[in-house]
Write a new protein. Structure first.
Length: 202
């Protein structure tokens, strides 16, 4: 409804006009119909399409051996649909009914053969990573978990990882890891290794 005119004395011409001015003076700025009532929003003002978000977990396992700290990395299989052949942190999709922590334990065991639960190793959360462009497949939100071991337990690549390897932390930080795993690793190192007097290599 277009704005009505007022009579010379300033009063609206009709009841509809009165309702129009009452709505506007109350601060309402939306559409108003010909009867002076609130009108529905036009169809072209529909809500934006919802974005599909996939939920994943990543695990940072730090281990001490050969007089220095290492991190457990996996190499993504050459036939993987995303980032094939790149080194990465173990991790993957969270299954129905799982928490991110449960998925972190499971994915680690599947991809590296390392059974953290059997070692009585507890995970602590590093953070949530949700930058919109962090994964080329679409919108992925990952919860990162970390633990530290006193040694370098035997590992072997499995599932969609063709290799698992303990890599010195300073070397891993210099590698071009898949996705934003370099950021996650740096956060984990900054949060956990100072507890063990770790000093980063200049």
């Amino acid at each position: 409804m277009s704005a009505p005119t007022r009579r010379p004395d300033g009063k609206p011409e009709t009841d509809a006009d009165t309702r129009f001015f009452d709505l506007r003076e109350s601060g309402y700025t939306g559409p108003i119909d010909q009867d002076g009532n609130v009108a529905p929003e036009p169809e072209d003002a529909a809500m934006p399409t919802a974005e599909t978000i996939r939920y994943t977990a990543d695990t940072i396992v730090l281990g001490h051996g050969r007089d220095q700290w290492h991190v457990l990395l996996i190499r993504r299989a050459a036939d993987h649909d995303t980032e094939p052949g790149k080194w990465a942190l173990p991790g993957g999709h969270i299954d129905t009914g799982e928490t991110s922590e449960q998925a972190a334990y499971r994915e680690l065991a599947e991809e590296t053969g390392l059974p953290l639960r059997d070692l009585n190793a507890e995970l602590s959360m590093v953070g949530v990573y949700d930058t919109p462009d962090r994964d080329p497949r679409g919108r992925y939100v990952s919860v990162a978990w970390c633990t530290a071991l006193a040694d370098l337990a035997p590992v072997a690549g499995g599932d969609d990882a063709d290799r698992a390897e303990w890599v010195p932390v300073h070397e891993a930080l210099d590698r071009a890891l898949a996705f934003d795993h370099d950021v996650i690793l740096r956060d984990a190192v900054a949060k956990h290794l100072p507890l063990f007097d770790y000093q980063p290599t200049p």
